[in-house]
Design a protein around this ligand. Structure first.
Ligand code: GTP
Ligand code: SPV
Ligand code: MN
Length: 583
């Protein structure tokens, strides 16, 4: 006997098929056999190329349409009746417009093609956090990615029978025309529609669409948080592990921090990866904040990733992985900027052209790997724990060439929410549009919050009130540069030094300088042994430039205006207090 939820799912699939008119329907079970047949099918298109099976067993290179290489924020909408419920930072569309203007684009969109029905889980099976999604798609590439990024197929169908509802998502490749690309979210019905893209966050609907936009709304209704955060465990030489969650905008270092390798001076420390992109956080019965990674794989940035910067990522994607928009060497291995000093002779670029410097980069700057989390050498033994892991500290960080210190601590939860709400970062290649422009990206959720950002801030404040043992909140910035534009801080593995100061603060083991923006480390409290920095670098990294911050508060005041009365008064008062402290 089918449960109501299973019956709903079947009925919904039939209804969608009647509109999309696929030639056939294939329910995905997640088996190896299924993977093999999809792979063969894709290889025939010429855009899915088997890599050197000795060096990269079971790995493929995929070339996407050159117009479809990153998330398209201008095509991404929150669909609710009232514009104000989407808020000033989201694109808004009314449900009527969605049905009248966008739904017709899906009509017969799968004609002559196979419609794959992809049941998937977000969250570990059997966990309170666990949810079911069902994505319809006509892209075998999307199916193969969903298979890595989520727990897909039979396991999700079994869970469906236990759940009351699922998140339906309809994805059609269409023509890939960016002018008619739409990624629509209906928080009220927990539904997703996506058309005219096959790339990443636009098309793998479990990730940003469900995992962040829809989940952030569900979390608000149910009293939890869905965040653009990594989760990492730091084990000290005594064998105790504490966990940190960190929100950095796209391509600002989450995967790298989650997979950090301790510098050699830190013998006895181990770093455990729980998640690299999304955290779902709940208040535990003990009054602490507990986090799970709802995903099962990594969709990570290739640029800059190598055996020195991120050996754990390199080991992870050495097998069973998909490389999207990397270059290809004559040895049939993938290549991207930063892997080695220069591409081997005879390398072709991400569009398959023999590479010459005039053609630009070998790999697209947003080229990515899709790899199973279970392959990661640093994967935490607790990464699938149903209750998650307890969070001691939350970090908010971005790319700021100037002003923002390497690390500073918020005075309390409300100040920490203010710190997150006002963070800014330079844009990256992860989204279409200009790169390197500083913009406010509150909690790294600007492109991912499924409702009014002011209400989201209020929700954060509310969660803090309900936490008996809230994590401490910190700001970090690995990206300060000197006058020549060189990074002042070496970053990557060396970031452990900052994490250890953070954990010491959590235990009240070190003092700090009380500055107008928060607590800043005393230089001598940070373990800098074996680190070679430019002379004076540490002073610059920890300085609080009052004049610069006064200017920043003006920019923040202006930014707050857009939220009107909906902005929580606590945040307005945090701004006033900061201004007072700055004098
Ligand atoms: P999304 O997957 O887009 O959400 O990105 P992410 O936040 O996981 O970013 P990721 O860790 O993939 O890093 C993005 C880029 O920043 C890569 O090119 C990294 O090599 C670089 N990067 C990461 N950490 C550091 C760091 O500590 N210092 C410097 N200078 N660069 C870093
Ligand atoms: C991001 O842009 O933050 C990503 C990649 O993690 S994507 O899944 O394409 O959104
Ligand atoms: Mn991301």
């Amino acid at each position: 006997m089918a449960t109501d939820c299973e019956a709903d799912a079947h009925r919904w699939v039939e209804e969608q098929a009647a509109w999309l008119e696929p030639k056939r329907i294939q329910w995905c079970d997640g088996s190896d056999e299924e993977r093999r047949s999809l792979t063969e099918l894709l290889e025939q298109t010429g855009n899915f190329i088997p890599l050197n099976h000795r060096l990269y067993p079971n790995c493929w290179l995929y070339r996407s349409d050159p117009r479809d290489v990153a998330r398209t924020e201008k095509s991404t909408f929150i669909v609710v009746p009232e514009r104000d419920d989407a808020g000033p930072t989201n694109n808004w569309m009314s449900p009527d417009e969605a049905h009248e203007r966008v739904w017709p684009l899906f009509r017969r969109a799968m004609r002559g093609r196979t419609m794959y029905v992809v049941p998937y889980l977000m969250g570990p099976p059997g966990s309170l956090f666990c949810r079911v999604g069902i994505q319809l798609t006509d892209s075998p590439y999307v199916v193969l990615n969903m298979r890595i990024m989520t727990r897909m197929g039979r396991v999700a169908l079994e869970e469906l029978a236990r759940q009351k509802r699922f998140v339906p998502g309809v994805h059609a490749l269409g023509t890939l025309d960016p002018e008619h690309r739409y990624i629509l979210h209906f928080p009220r019905t927990e539904t997703i529609w996506s058309i005219n893209s096959g790339y990443g966050g636009n098309a793998l609907l479990g990730k940003k669409c469900f995992g962040l936009r829809i989940a952030s709304w569900i979390g608000r209704c149910e009293g939890w948080l869905a965040e653009h955060m990594l989760i990492v465990g730091i084990e000290d030489p005594s064998g105790r592990t504490r966990y940190i969650a960190a929100a950095f905008p796209s391509a600002c270092g989450k995967t790298n921090l989650a997979m950090l390798v301790p510098p050699k001076q830190f013998d006895g420390y181990r770093v455990w990866t729980v998640g690299d992109d999304i955290a779902w956080l709940r208040i535990g019965p003990d009054g602490r904040l507990w986090a799970v990674n709802p995903e099962a794989g990594f969709f990570g940035v290739l640029k800059g990733t190598n055996a020195r910067t991120n050996p754990n990522a390199v080991a992870t994607f050495q097998a069973d992985s998909i490389f999207t928009n990397a270059g290809l060497t004559p040895e049939k291995t993938p290549w991207w900027e930063g892997l080695t000093d220069s591409p081997p002779p005879g390398t072709v670029d991400w569009q398959g052209r023999p590479w010459r410097p005039e053609l630009g980069p070998v790999a697209h700057p947003n080229a990515r790997f899709t790899a199973p989390a279970a392959r990661c050498p640093s994967i935490s033994p607790h990464w699938e724990d149903p209750q998650g892991v307890p969070i001691s500290a939350i970090l908010f960080g971005g790319r700021r060439k100037t002003l923002v210190p390497l690390v500073y601590q918020a005075f309390d939860w409300a100040h920490g929410v203010f710190l997150g709400a006002t963070m800014a970062s330079e844009t990256t290649a992860a989204q279409s549009g200009a790169v390197g422009v500083v913009r406010r990206d509150p909690m790294a959720m600007l492109p991912f919050c499924g409702y009014n950002m002011a209400d989201y801030f209020a929700h954060w404040l509310e969660i803090g009130k309900r936490l008996r043992h809230p994590p401490l909140i910190f700001g970090v910035n690995w990206f300060r540069v000197d006058e020549q534009g060189r990074f002042l801080w070496p970053g990557f593995g060396e970031n452990l030094r900052v994490l250890l100061w953070v954990l010491d603060r959590c235990e009240g083991r070190v003092g700090a300088d009380e500055t107008p923006i928060g607590y800043v480390p005393h230089e001598h409290d940070m373990n800098l042994e074996g680190l070679s920095l430019e002379p004076g670098a540490m002073t610059k990294l920890l300085a609080v430039d009052r004049a610069g911050w006064r200017q920043e508060t003006e920019a923040i005041a202006e930014y707050f205006e857009q939220f009107g009365d909906r902005l929580p008064t606590a945040l307005r008062s945090e701004l006033v207090q900061l201004q007072k402290r700055l004098g």
